[in-house]
Design a protein around this ligand. Structure first.
Ligand code: ADP
Length: 802
């Protein structure tokens, strides 16, 4: 009882004194400088007049016949409606001065709102606003629906407001603002809106860039979603009307609908793709697709069927709610099927739901109106976008690590395939060289021992063809080495004039068959020795010479060599090979060093060849830091100039190898161990060594047997095959170097004699401690030189020790 007395006796008078009071149907106001807006909903009542659009005079006349209802809350929602409503309230200025106020009602996108103000004398003044009229016609230039009103001192006014809508929701904020409160609330909104639109703009742009960067579809959909959400809010807030379509019109009216439809579509599709719905629920996938079809149909209708306008708003909302349920269903299913999206995505969706829920509950006046609840969907959407963006960033991280993993796998695969390739090549080379070794070695051996000229010349053909085959195998191997950048040069002392002589003999033999003339010219006398890779120098010149002969039908082939000694113990060799053949046209000349070009394929049909020769020559010349230059005229001939620079050995180095004197091979009583499993190769080796003076040998079939033989008798040098059963050449060498055959053999010269011409084999041979390396087919001169060289080095070592 006391409490009640307190309220009536004390609080109410204060309220009357400082505030304003509404008596039912009348709102009293005595100042226009308050800081927060005042709602007048308790003093207002509303009636639905259906489709009729009434003039104020007609309404005033008939108003007693209408049923007025009280307003439920400060931001009542009349729902989707095509009906027209009339609101009325009384406003009394209880002060002694005139008041300037602002009355806000309706959402920023209400079609038409008319305000009538009737003073005590019955004079009616009217104002009109709405997004069906041009923005410039608004009574106050503000995105919201606001009427400036003037209240004379001690006057009471009747206010009547007519709302018209084409089917969208009518909301009823009924707020009185002072100039101050209007500015303050606008500032507060600007801050939140600025943040909100800023986040949307950033998220949208960033993910559009990401889409262009990584071409992942979900990023594009996310961008479209953010864009349409921004458009939706811009329209709902009245900014779209104010800044984009100030003249009103169709687009201004439909902007909300279109933006809402597109955001539903883009968000649905985004979730569908981002969560990979298809992978865990074909049923949900179908549901999404059906919903998208419905939304697309609605978009089509919005654009082309004007008559259904009143249904579009409920439909777009219905589809929004359906999407909400669909997403909840997807989330639950994905968690059940252990295909749940990451935590950021789930939090993002939570804010999407929360924002939506508060928005709906607020619309239906279930929760009270406040700045927070009114802007719930903005807060929700803002936070949703932030968390979905975090999830997208997470997705980028995952994509990146997946890509790195793929690259790792690809690298591993390419390494594996490279290993397989080099194994294959070394195997092919081995398998082809072994029989060639037999063909070349034995035919040479027979040639040496027979006097029959016919057999001799036939054997020459066999050897010539075999060498051709051998050089083809070498070309393929070399090409693969060039590709892998594994081609390396040896630096050994060699007799250059001997190499040239050999090449001259080969070419002379070739031109004989074609009735061509071969001219050799040596401008300066060549130095006797140079340091270089004999096989490679031979290969460079022979490849070009072979081409000259191959592409010349009549006339001549000329090889000229000029050598200029330099002060730094080097010699410049200029090798020119000129022919009078078919020549090369300019287009082909431009691409002459490329392997397998079409023109070469055409030539190959005519002339044969792999199309690798010049490509290898160029790579070799470049390895020597030399130069190659080809000039040619079609039908007239071709000129190839090669410039190379070699070191010339000093006097001491020249002594290092004892040359073959007068074709006599003499090992001065040395005993050689041949370790070789292949009987044909054994035969070839036997046939060579047998002819050497003061040379004896024994054969072991594999490494183990070699160790036994070494233990049993004395040997001076080992010729070691690499691939053998029981114990291969590498293992055997390691065992010997460890002293397993006795300590006296730990430093015995070992020369690898192998059909494996790969660099890998070469470097492995060195690594296990062999002294030298040569490839099959065995060339007897090379073998002799290598053996002599090995003995020489062993002697130098020994003298070093002594
Ligand atoms: P191929 O094994 O086909 O001879 P090359 O790389 O040695 O491969 O030569 C490439 C192409 O260059 C040849 O197919 C040929 O068309 C052209 N060519 C090279 N040398 C000559 C030359 N002396 N005269 C005419 N054409 C040549």
């Amino acid at each position: 009882m006391k409490k009640l007395q307190l309220i009536y006796g004390f609080i109410l008078p204060i309220y009357f004194l400082f505030g304003n009071l509404e008596i039912k149907g009348q709102f009293l106001i005595d100042q226009d400088s308050f800081l927060s807006p005042k709602t007048i909903y308790q003093s207002a009542e509303i009636t639905n007049v259906g489709a009729a659009i009434l003039k104020i005079e007609d309404f005033l006349e008939k108003q007693d016949t209408f049923d007025f209802e009280a307003i439920a809350g400060s931001n009542t929602n009349l729902g989707f409606t095509k009906d027209n409503y009339w609101l009325r309230f009384k406003l009394a200025n209880t002060s002694d001065k005139p008041l300037s106020l602002f009355f806000e009602t309706g959402r920023p996108i209400t079609d038409i709102i008319e305000l009538y103000q009737v003073n005590e004398a019955g004079t009616i003044t009217s104002q009109i606003t709405g997004d069906l009229l041009p923005f410039s016609d608004k009574p106050l230039s503000h995105r919201k629906m606001i009427f400036p009103i003037e209240l004379e001192a001690n006057q009471t006014y009747d206010f009547y407001v007519q709302y018209q809508s084409d089917g969208e929701v009518i909301n009823l904020p009924l707020d009185l603002h002072s100039a101050n409160s209007l500015i303050l609330s606008s500032y507060k909104e600007q801050l939140v809106f600025g943040l909100f639109y800023g986040i949307l703009l950033l998220a949208g742009t960033i993910y559009l860039f990401f889409y262009f960067g990584i071409k992942e579809k979900s990023f594009l959909l996310y961008f479209i979603y953010v864009l349409s959400i921004a458009l939706l809010h811009l329209s709902l807030d009245g900014y779209f009307f104010q800044y984009f379509t100030p003249d009103a019109g169709w687009l201004s009216r439909q902007a909300v609908l279109i933006a809402a439809a597109f955001s539903t579509l883009a968000f649905g599709r985004y979730v569908q793709i981002y969560m990979k719905v298809k992978s865990f629920s074909p049923l949900l996938e179908k549901a999404y697709n059906s919903l998208h079809i419905c939304v697309l149909t609605l978009v089509g209708a919005i654009f082309f069927i004007r008559a259904g306008q009143e249904f579009y708003y409920p439909f777009v909302n219905l589809f929004g709610i359906l999407l909400l349920f669909l997403i909840i269903g997807t989330l639950v299913t994905s968690i059940r099927k252990q295909a749940a999206p990451d935590i950021f995505f789930r939090i993002g969706l939570f804010f999407f739901f929360a924002g939506f829920l508060v928005f709906i509950l607020n619309n239906f006046s279930v929760i009270p109106n406040s700045f927070l609840t009114e802007n719930a969907s903005k807060f929700g959407t803002g936070l949703e976008i932030i968390f979905l963006s975090l999830s997208m960033a997470n997705r980028i991280r995952i994509l990146k690590s997946e890509k790195e993993k793929m690259q790792e796998i690809a690298l591993q695969r390419s390494q594996e395939s490279n290993e397989i390739k080099s194994f294959f090549l070394s195997n092919i080379s081995h398998e082809l060289r072994t029989p060639l070794n037999a063909v070349i070695g034995l035919s040479k051996s027979i040639q040496d021992s027979t006097e029959d000229q016919k057999i001799k010349s036939d054997l020459e053909v066999i050897q010539y063809s075999s060498l051709g085959l051998l050089s083809a195998i070498d070309d393929i191997l070399d090409y693969s080495k060039i590709e892998k950048k594994e081609l390396k040069l040896e630096e050994r002392q060699l007799e250059i004039s001997k190499v040239i002589q050999e090449l001259r003999t080969i070419t002379e033999n070739q031109v004989k068959n074609k009735n061509l003339k071969f001219i050799y010219e040596e401008i300066n006398q060549l130095p006797k020795y140079i340091l270089g890779d004999k096989a490679r120098i031979r290969q460079i010149i022979l490849n070009v010479l072979n081409n000259a002969v191959k592409f010349t039908q009549d006339g001549e082939v000329k090889l000229s060599i000029n050598s200029i000694m330099k002060n730094d113990n080097t010699v410049d060799l200029s090798i020119t090979i000129q022919d009078t053949g078919v020549g090369i046209d300019q287009a082909k000349l431009n691409r002459i060093y490329e392997s397998f070009i079409q023109e070469q394929i055409d030539d190959k049909r005519k002339f044969g060849g792999f199309g690798l020769g010049l490509c290898i020559v160029k790579a070799l010349v470049e390895l020597y830091q030399g130069k190659i230059d080809i000039s040619s005229e079609q039908g007239k001939g071709t000129k190839v100039q090669i410039h190379l620079n070699f070191k010339v050995p000093t006097r001491e180095q020249k002594l290092s190898v004892s040359p073959i004197v007068n074709g006599v091979y003499d090992l001065e009583g040395k005993h050689i161990l041949i370790v070789e499993d292949n009987p044909v190769n054994q035969m070839v080796m036997k046939s060579i060594l047998r002819k050497w003076k003061n040379t004896s040998f024994d054969i072991a079939n594999h490494g183990l047997e070699a160790l036994d033989k070494l233990k049993a008798s004395h040997f001076d040098l080992i010729l070691m095959d690499l691939q053998m059963p029981e114990m291969d050449g590498y293992e055997a060498t390691e065992a010997i170097r460890k002293g397993e055959a006795g300590s006296k053999y730990q430093n015995i010269p070992i020369i690898a004699v192998t059909a494996d011409a790969t660099d890998k084999a070469k470097s492995k041979v060195k690594a296990v401690g062999m002294d030298d390396y040569m490839t099959k087919p065995v060339d007897k001169d090379e073998l002799y030189t290598k053996i002599q060289h090995a003995f020489y080095l062993a002697k130098v070592d020994l003298s070093g020790v002594l």
